[in-house]
Design a protein around this ligand. Structure first.
Ligand code: ADP
Ligand code: NI
Length: 218
């Protein structure tokens, strides 16, 4: 039986290896930031820190976006890895559920699984999508998809289905209205909510300035 500390260390090595070729917004450093933020939140909330850490480390182990939309690969890969570490089955199931239910797309459907550990990892993942890092990731993703920065003729939309959201090819600036500005009100934990506030204000300041510069006003 490995100690929890050994299991976390082995998980770090496993995730680093698996995400070796991941695109910039979803690379090891995204995982490391989410892991640190999740630990920070967990220290202030009631939750099992071991499940939080494993969930944070493994949450993007196989993003459905890069596996033809198959959302079952991530939980399965995490289970197979954790079994090699002889992690108990209750913990494995809790981690699988975090990976399965964390995605923003799932919030289109009624929540069918809840846990304090999922709340924390989801907050940490959402925090990495806003603020200065969130801005950097959005434009990195837009570049990866060859999207325009902004187009005044294409207004932000409200997508009714996860498919419509996934298929859209709108300019990156629209993503702020379609997702990033909505995240602060979706935070689950008190600590997460507090952390989201400053990041949100920073994005608002960025957008205000973006339009000024766009229009040659500043
Ligand atoms: P995560 O896996 O971190 O929950 P996503 O896979 O939805 O989030 O997105 C990864 C990163 O790419 C996030 O920072 C997100 O804001 C950004 N992103 C996703 N879709 C778009 C988009 N259409 N335009 C710009 N950025 C996007
Ligand atoms: Ni993530």
């Amino acid at each position: 039986m490995n100690s929890k500390e050994q299991i976390i260390n082995n998980t770090v090595l496993y995730v680093q290896r698996e995400l070796n070729n991941a695109e910039g917004g979803h690379d090891w450093f995204h995982i490391e930031r989410v892991w640190k933020t999740a630990k920070h939140i967990a220290a202030e909330e009631e939750a099992d820190p071991f499940i939080v850490e494993l969930g944070a480390l493994l949450h993007d182990i196989a993003d459905a976006k890069f596996h033809d939309g198959d959302e079952s690969i991530g939980p399965k890969k995490a289970r197979a890895f954790l079994e090699t570490q002889h992690v108990d089955s209750t913990t494995i199931t809790a981690v699988e559920n975090i990976i399965q239910y964390i995605s923003f797309k799932r919030s289109y459907a009624a929540a069918v699984y809840q846990s304090p550990e999922l709340d924390i990892v989801q907050d940490a993942d959402r925090l990495d999508a806003i603020g200065a890092i969130g801005i950097a990731r959005a434009f990195n993703y837009g570049g990866f998809k060859n999207r325009k920065l902004y187009d005044p003729a294409i207004p932000p939309a409200e997508y009714q289905t996860p498919e419509a959201y996934k298929k859209n090819e709108a300019p990156t600036l629209n993503h702020f209205y379609e997702k990033l500005f909505l995240l602060k009100d979706k935070m689950n934990t008190a600590t997460g909510k507090k952390m989201a506030e400053e990041r949100h204000l920073f994005m608002e300041a960025f957008i205000t300035r973006f339009y000024k510069e766009w229009n040659g006003e500043a």
